[in-house]
Design a protein around this ligand. Sequence first.
Ligand SMILES: Cc1cc2nc3c(=O)[nH]c(=O)nc-3n(C[C@H](O)[C@H](O)[C@H](O)COP(=O)(O)OP(=O)(O)OC[C@H]3O[C@@H](n4cnc5c(N)ncnc54)[C@H](O)[C@@H]3O)c2cc1C
Length: 378
Amino acid sequence: MSSLHRLPSPAPRADATSLLIALRDAVPGIAAEAATLDVDGAFPEAGLDALRNIGLLAAPLPPALGGAGFGTTPKNATSLATALRLVGRASLPLGRLFEGHVNALRLVLLHGSPAQAEAAARDARQGRFFGVWNTDGFGEPPLALAGGVLRGRKILCSGAGWVDRALVTARDDPEAPPQMLLVELAPGERADLSPWRAQGMRASATGAVDFTGLSADLIGQKGDYLRQPDFSGGAWRFAAVQCGGVEAVLGLLRAHLNHTGRGGDPHQAARLGQAAMAAETARLWVDSAAERAEAVSPPPDTVAYVNLARLAVERAALDVLELAQRSIGLQAFMRPNPIERVARDLATYLRQPAPDRALVGAAAHVLEAKAEPGDLWG
Ligand SMILES: Cc1cc2nc3c(=O)[nH]c(=O)nc-3n(C[C@H](O)[C@H](O)[C@H](O)COP(=O)(O)OP(=O)(O)OC[C@H]3O[C@@H](n4cnc5c(N)ncnc54)[C@H](O)[C@@H]3O)c2cc1C
């Protein structure tokens, strides 16, 4: 673990345009690191340092707190969507980690007290890394809060052992809605990465974290974590990272066809065209969902719209994976061809909570709506 992780360097202030230019410059280095980290327990340390040095860890803060306001208005939402796509295109594990950082900051800013928001903003400006850990072990009691002290653990915690500030959900009553807490963690503390033996996303340091005996700051009220439209509406951010993965596969498919001189074959050309359509469909859904979810007053159909967006991106990703694997053939399944790793990362990261519920909920909205189909999302 680098000393930089322990003593993060302050992030420079920058506007959205210069942040995105700096990120585009950093993408080749992030992608090069990702290619070397396809092993259990790995973590994209240099990639995170790059985001930190560019100022992206502070970018989701509003300008008044020293950030670029990424994701805080419809206009800035597309800047954040672009950043999430670019990071995801270079490294899906780093994209997942950055998405969690953005989500945690957003929840503290939205639901924390002014002093908690100030403290989180200061930490982010200093380069501290945040995460959101909500998943309780299947068949285990959920993380419990008794007398201000935590008991139990969370599973599927990305950045376990690396996150400096973890936003977790816990319950003081199994029947009551969860309470958010912000926990300060030291590097390497309480993390168990041994259960994460996943097909892809190996370098996301996703593991279990035991919180027993820790106390932490309460953030907001019970139930705030699940408050709509933010809870489901925030899915546009993981969809943006996934969209970056789709673009990575498309880029690798194109490079293969150019390299092999097979791109003029009509079957190959048709598949490349279909893959390009799917990737652009995903990007358009993501940008549109981001603008809607980050409106000053998100419209009432936001949850339904974002649910469709996340599933449209999933569909596009599955289609592009199939098209690329068919076009490239066996080489797409052979290490060290980068598409072998990126495809595993993308297929794994596509698994997000309750896709059936998202589709059925959106369908119920369409069923009940009075507007003509073309005006449904006016
Ligand atoms: C790389 C990676 C990193 C992650 N990092 C984090 C993290 O940092 N923090 C965190 O909190 N979580 C994290 N997660 C967990 C993530 O948020 C989801 O909880 C997890 O991916 C859910 O996947 P699943 O396919 O098991 O979902 P499920 O929701 O279990 O879905 C599986 C299938 O079951 C269906 N289904 C769901 N519920 C029901 C039901 N009640 N009855 C019948 N069918 C049902 C679904 O529609 C779907 O078809 C991470 C996951 C990944 C892949």
